[in-house]
Design a protein around this ligand. Sequence first.
Ligand code: 0O2
Length: 229
Amino acid sequence: MSVPAPIVTENDKKLLQSFLNNPEKASEVRHTMESFSKLMAYYKCAMMEIETKFNVLNEEFSLRYDRTPISGIKTRLKRLDSIIQKLQRDNTPLSLKAVETTLNDVAGVRIICSFVDDVYMLAEALLSQDDITLIKTKDYIKNPKPNGYRSLHLIISVPIFLLHEKKQMKVEIQFRTIAMDSWAALEHQLKYKKDTEFTDEMAKDLYLCSQLSAELDTRMNNLRKKVNI
Ligand code: 0O2
């Protein structure tokens, strides 16, 4: 039976000891950690604002048309290691300012829609709200990625109202149909399996699956129009 890796490694202990021996450094690290946690809390608030806006839109649509265009909402905050990786990838020096100015996807909201038309209807409804500012659009539905990935991405800015100030926070919103979401989730699982090579043949097959999923979306959307819902 293998011995589980210790939660606190010898290296961690050495690092902690070096901080204890250097109170100035310890206080600097504590201050940075506190500022980081505060920034993450602001991003979380922005995600909550966006999630609420979509719940309201879903509710109103359901009252008017007796169906819900949103089948699910997922939110996620980017993890510290992903934040660091992305900044390093772009050769951006690590700082909290860089996180706020350079990264667009620290706060992520994914809206899973019933039909393709719902994606655009919901995006338009959100963008028509006067506290939402559009920063960037990437339409991977009209222009899918070469691997077949489809989704509509909006980077927006939304205000959060704190005790004594109003702060504009960026949120990445990904709109997908159920079919687009299931393709992306399975592609992620298949591609990130570390011990097997992902061959060109497999990539072709995956691309074919994305085309089938696009065909499914088109047919479902046409049926929706015929049924008139
Ligand atoms: P996670 O775990 O979802 O956070 P940017 O610098 O933001 O303009 P970036 O980051 O390349 O450029 O943005 P892009 O192309 O809009 O894609 C960002 C996110 O879209 C990814 O986040 C994924 O969630 C999703 N995505 C993009 N391409 C693919 C793909 O080919 N397959 C799947 N399954 N998802 C994709 P992260 O940070 O990679 O991951």
